[in-house]
Design a protein around this ligand. Structure first.
Ligand code: AMP
Ligand code: FE
Ligand code: FE
Ligand code: ZN
Length: 281
């Protein structure tokens, strides 16, 4: 069945597969259009666009930017970006620099907790400028300190755990303005991560919409039908575009597959045109 997947990570951030391999999986899954949305970086796009042209898959330039939400984070996806825009590039480089300021502090904490690990090892394994906690988790796993990436988060890296260190993050309004300035459409990723009840999430999205939000990731790997329906209702009430994606990361999130998530995800192809129109408006 033809389907979309507008949320995919590659080795250019914390995914485990290079863009061409993600595209090959998408092709197998019947995905006809997709977006590569690496964290804070767009260097995966040339390879993805090339593979897309070869496989007949429409590749939408994207990015995912983490922003501050109290103690928590809101992730803002950007679609149909002018990804070679200089200002965008400078801003994303600033976000990657904030990662390089935080990560060594995490390593210090881990070393104090008895894990023999260095930031050089993490950077080497990452092989990209956008180095994240999942790369640190991977090294911890390789060295036998934890059995899985998830365990590394549960024991050390998640918010509230002993090696958690916050990172300087933009406000949501800034992240959305950067995306708009590059002619992209800002979309709230995995809205349930905000941990709001129905009314709280409505109010939050109402505020974000006033600040520039264009859409909401209604379809997502972990959403059950009831959650999807509730988000669809909020999107309709606020006249937000509806999008969807798997948030595929490869081995970093081993239960999630391209295009189908945990198996039951189907993102209708008809969602793409309104998003494309909004980007060119
Ligand atoms: P960072 O952007 O470096 O702070 O790392 C955040 C990334 O780690 C997210 O985008 C997810 O890909 C991943 N992540 C966050 N929490 C968890 C978790 N509990 N288990 C596994 N991966 C996680
Ligand atoms: Fe990630
Ligand atoms: Fe995210
Ligand atoms: Zn993501």
């Amino acid at each position: 069945m033809p389907r979309l997947d507008l949320h995919l990570h590659t080795t250019h951030s914390d995914g485990s597969l290079p863009p061409a391999e993600v595209l090959a999986l998408a092709h197998k899954a019947g995905v006809t259009a997709l977006a590569i949305t690496d964290h804070d970086i767009t260097t995966g796009l040339p390879e993805a666009l090339e593979a897309g042209a070869r496989l007949g898959i429409d590749v939408i330039p994207g990015v995912e930017i983490s922003s501050r939400f109290g103690e928590n984070e809101l992730h803002i996806l950007g679609y149909f970006l002018d990804w070679q825009d200089q200002a965008l590039d400078t801003r994303l480089a600033g976000l990657r620099a904030s990662r390089h300021r935080r990560n060594p502090l995490i390593i210090e904490q881990l070393r104090a907790l008895g894990c023999d690990i260095t930031y050089d090892e993490v950077k080497e394994l990452a092989g990209t400028e956008s180095v994240g906690r999942p790369h640190i988790a991977h090294v911890l796993m390789k060295k036998g300190y934890v059995k899985s990436a998830k365990k590394a988060f549960d024991r050390f890296l998640a918010h509230g755990k002993p090696a958690y260190v916050p990172r300087e993050l933009p406000e949501p309004v800034e992240a959305m303005a950067w995306i708009r300035a590059a002619n992209g459409v800002p979309v709230l990723a995995h809205p349930l991560w905000a941990r709001q009840d129905g009314e709280g999430l409505f109010k939050l999205c109402e505020k974000l919409k006033a600040e520039g939000l264009g859409g909401m990731e209604v379809h997502y790997s972990t959403h059950n039908p009831k959650q999807t329906a509730a988000l669809l209702d909020i999107a309709r009430r606020l006249d937000l575009l509806v999008t969807g994606g798997s948030d595929f990361h490869g081995l970093t999130k081993p239960d999630i597959e391209v295009g189908v998530g945990r198996g039951g995800l189907t993102i209708p192809v008809k969602l793409l045109d309104p998003l494309r129109k909004a980007a060119s408006a």
